[in-house]
Design a protein around this ligand. Structure first.
Ligand SMILES: Cc1ncc(COP(=O)(O)O)c(C=O)c1O
Length: 407
């Protein structure tokens, strides 16, 4: 059975295309089980013959990274949706062609996912063992929410993105209470009663960077678990996921991957508290032996929380994650937040060292001015919001100021 599944998984894999089950390897066809245990940050876990550069340790300069974007002038919306590099576009085109030609292959997609898992682990300073994959952060927050003890208290910042908030509110029927407090008061709001503190490292609506040191220090004192959403942070500032009990990240914004590629990092002690409520075949210890049960043998490491990947999206994510993993995030922060501060200067706003700059715009007039000047920005919670990423420069700052001055 196992052999047959392996062939079904990769029926169109070049020369194995017409191979009989007997002639096919009995080993798991994905690199998932080939991931090097304890490989950590720089290991090459790929057994693929692909030409991927995911395991390269060479660094990329800001200038080189900027050259990977074909366009982006006037695009100030990475906080809504990142732009693909030319490498992501090429990878996805090639994959679409392969798919159309009947050459797409489940096992090769699995290898891509494993390389991206390793690359992401490297980017956020954890081992690949502690990274689970999926497609949305709300599903990952939902896993944690469903694992809370009955009657547990969760503390969250007011105004955090709803994918972080609603999964916990949805547990009210079990007596779970959600206390929402101003972000600045988060650390001081924790008590010995608080089971979990959950917050976005960077707030979606305002770009405010949470004081994660203070929050973690308070959580240590109260014995509270920490969950951090890094969706609006990873890609423009350094993120160290090892500092939290768990992190979740959707990579279609600042990490410039297609939508549908999300990551969940989890410390072992916290993982022991969680129920793998989304478990399917991809959470199995051996994928291809996990397709039909009847018994459930889940992976020992974090991938027991995996939800099966949206394959083509991961093909596009591979060059994206690889690029960011090889960048110096301190340099990226200086570039992106430097542009944010330049805009703040021009608007007479305080410098906040943020890549996202927002200001009150209840009627949407400023947003309309930006749009008529050909600038792509966004409006959230009654505020105009612009975001500076790799492809932006001082000309974009000047264009915003000109558009707003024009009235
Ligand atoms: C902080 C944050 N987390 C998560 C998301 C995306 O949520 P999901 O992955 O559930 O679509 C967003 C989207 O704007 C966000 O700003």
């Amino acid at each position: 059975m196992h052999q047959i599944l392996a062939v079904v998984a990769c029926i169109l894999d070049g020369h194995t295309r017409n191979m009989s089950p007997a002639a096919t390897s009995t080993s798991s066809p994905t690199a998932k089980t080939a991931t090097n245990p304890g490989a950590g940050k720089t290991a090459d876990t790929s057994t693929s013959t692909s030409t991927s550069t995911s395991t390269s340790t060479t660094t990329v300069t800001l200038l080189e990274a900027r050259a990977r974007y074909a366009s982006g002038r006037g695009y100030l919306a990475a906080c809504t949706l990142g732009l693909p590099t030319i490498d992501t576009i090429a990878a996805m085109r090639a994959d679409t062609e392969a798919w159309a030609g009947g050459q797409a292959c489940a096992s090769r997609y699995g290898e891509v996912v494993e390389r991206v898992r390793v690359g992401y682990a490297d980017l956020v300073n954890v081992t690949a063992h502690s990274v689970a994959i999926g497609s949305q952060t709300s599903v990952m927050a939902g896993l944690i929410a469903a694992s809370l003890p009955d009657g547990a208290e969760v503390v969250l910042p007011l105004g955090d993105f709803s994918s972080m908030v609603f999964p916990f509110l949805a547990q009210a029927h079990r007596g779970v209470t959600v206390r929402q407090v101003p972000l600045a008061d988060l650390a001081s709001s924790l008590t010995a009663n608080t089971w979990l503190v959950a917050f976005s490292l960077v707030q979606s609506a305002t770009g405010t960077v949470a004081d994660s040191d203070a929050i973690r220090a308070a959580a240590r004192v109260t014995g509270t678990f920490t969950l951090c959403d890094t969706t609006q942070a990873a890609g423009w500032m350094p993120v160290d996921a090892s500092q939290f009990d768990a992190t979740i990240c959707h990579s279609y914004k600042w990490l410039c991957a297609p939508r549908g590629v999300a990551f969940f990092t989890v410390a072992e002690t916290f993982a022991a508290q969680l129920h793998p409520i989304n478990a399917g075949w991809y959470a199995g210890d051996d994928l291809w032996a996990s397709c039909y049960g009847p018994a459930m043998a889940l992976a020992a490491e974090a991938r027991r929380f995996d939800v099966s990947p949206a394959w083509p999206a991961w093909v596009g994510a591979e060059p994206a994650i690889d690029l960011f993993r090889r960048l110096d995030m301190t340099e990226v922060r200086a570039h992106t937040a430097g542009l944010g501060d330049a805009l703040s200067d021009g608007l007479g706003l305080p410098r906040l060292d943020q890549a996202i700059v927002s200001w009150p715009d209840a009627g949407g007039r400023d947003l309309a001015r930006l749009a008529s000047a050909g600038i792509t920005a966004s409006g959230r919670a009654g505020r105009a919001r612009v975001a500076f990423h790799l492809w932006n420069d001082r000309d974009d700052v000047d264009a915003v100021l000109d558009a707003l001055r024009r009235g």
